[in-house]
Design a protein around this ligand. Structure first.
Ligand SMILES: [Zn+2]
Length: 64
């Protein structure tokens, strides 16, 4: 097998499978969208992280 270049300075490249269309998506930290979440009482409840699937446009949740 030959050496392959898989990125330029991108760290922590990960893969996730879109649950809707089953596309395997490769993403870096900089691709992840982050939004704060609040519970019913309005208390901060952590962050929601996701990427947009380029195939079906659904939001794929990313586990932290
Ligand atoms: Zn998809």
């Amino acid at each position: 097998m030959a050496v392959r270049i898989v990125g330029h300075g991108e760290q922590d490249v990960r893969r996730v499978t879109c649950e809707r269309c089953h596309a395997v998506l490769e993403f870096a930290k900089s691709d992840v969208l982050v939004e704060p979440q609040y519970d019913d009482a309005g208390e901060y409840a952590g962050e929601r992280r996701w990427i947009d699937c380029p195939k079906c446009n659904s939001q794929v949740e990313i586990a932290t």
